[in-house]
Design a protein. Structure first.
Length: 347
């Protein structure tokens, strides 16, 4: 069960409290921009082996929290451990990223939810190790990929600009594509529940490719599955707080916030601040500095941080990026970001 970390600033904001300064953590905060991460990665072998090595994965999770005194750790893992746990073939190749044996309609029945929790036991051990190492003032965030985004990688077999394979599948054979989404909904509930039981204080759902869906399909494959996951997870763990991050949602963002049942919404860097404030009138928001501004650093970054803080200062806000940290980012820029977020109240 989750540890009693009500004093965590992150959980206070997820419960609806406005804090000044806001809590801060960054997506992909454990990663290649840190020299200590690169040294750890060299010991790990393949990337999936890294994710399944609890001692190493826990250390990767904790590194940025130690270095920057962040308000939260996010589990070091990957969204594709779920299809790997279900029995899909998943690999990560240097310089190429994720490579999967493409899943089609005929393959859905061979995937097995029964094997997943045992296969992913090392991930849950990592959660327990991290929670035991964090003080109560630091929240631990578990996560999973949203069903649509995970299905994109499974159907395409790799990353893509347009993900034509899953989009063609959902229109050519909606019944079998829905069967895959249904399986991923159940698998995601199970995966997140296991993380909560191991000690995660809240969870985030990453829907990286939500923005490539037209409106009707966004409702069916980005909103409806998240609503089912939120309801199912809260039936099992009623106090769980869920952050939804529908990257590229654009004009569908307000409907996502209204219909999914998430407790907070992550804003990508393309969301205008006024649109973010409209969502904040309903739910806590998280975001949304452009990762390239963090890469660039300097006055432009500091000015934008102040602008974001000002925009969201009247309500519950978690400072974050609008997508993940870029690998070439200098760590000193991250330190400057934290100093700016925690600086004097903005007028």
């Amino acid at each position: 069960m989750p540890s009693p970390t009500l004093q965590s600033n992150l959980l206070r904001v997820l419960a609806g409290e406005a804090l000044d300064p806001p809590p801060v953590w960054l997506m992909r905060q454990a990663g290649r921009y840190l020299p200590e991460y690169r040294a750890l990665r060299a010991k790990a072998g393949g990337f999936l082996q890294f994710c399944y090595a609890p001692e190493l994965a826990a250390e990767a999770t904790l590194q940025p929290v130690r270095r920057f005194d962040l308000d939260a750790a996010i589990l070091f893992s990957d969204i594709l451990v779920v299809p790997d746990g279900l029995g899909a073939r998943v690999d990560f190749r240097e310089g190429e990223g994720p490579v999967l044996e493409p899943t089609g309609a005929k393959d859905v029945d061979r995937l097995s939810l029964r094997r997943m929790r045992a296969h992913l036991a090392p991930v849950y051990e990592t959660v327990a190790r991290v929670r035991a190492s964090l003080p109560p003032s630091k929240a631990l965030i578990g996560f999973a990929g949203a069903p649509w985004t995970v299905a994109c990688y499974m159907a395409e077999g790799k990353t893509s600009r347009d993900f034509a394979a899953p989009k063609a599948w959902l229109w050519r054979d909606p019944a079998s594509f829905q069967a895959l989404i249904d399986l991923l909904v159940e698998a995601t509930i199970e995966h997140l529940a296991a993380q909560i039981e191991a000690g995660a204080d809240c969870v985030q759902l990453f829907d990286t490719w939500a923005g490539i869906l037209p409106d009707a399909e966004f409702r069916r494959y980005a909103i409806a599955p998240i609503a089912r996951i939120a309801a199912g997870l809260k039936r099992r763990h009623s106090g769980t707080r869920i952050i939804g991050f529908p990257r590229g949602a654009g004009a569908m963002l307000e409907e996502y916030a209204r219909k999914t049942g998430v407790d907070a919404v992550g804003l990508d860097y393309g969301i205008p601040l006024e649109a973010g404030r409209a969502v904040q009138a309903r739910l806590p928001v998280q975001g949304n500095l452009d990762p390239v501004l963090l890469l660039a650093g300097g006055t432009a970054m500091i000015d934008r941080i102040a602008e974001i803080r000002r925009a969201f200062s009247a309500g519950p806000h978690i400072f974050n990026l609008g997508h993940g940290i870029l690998p070439p980012t200098p760590p000193e820029h991250f330190a400057a970001l934290v100093d700016a977020v925690r600086g004097a109240a903005v007028p």
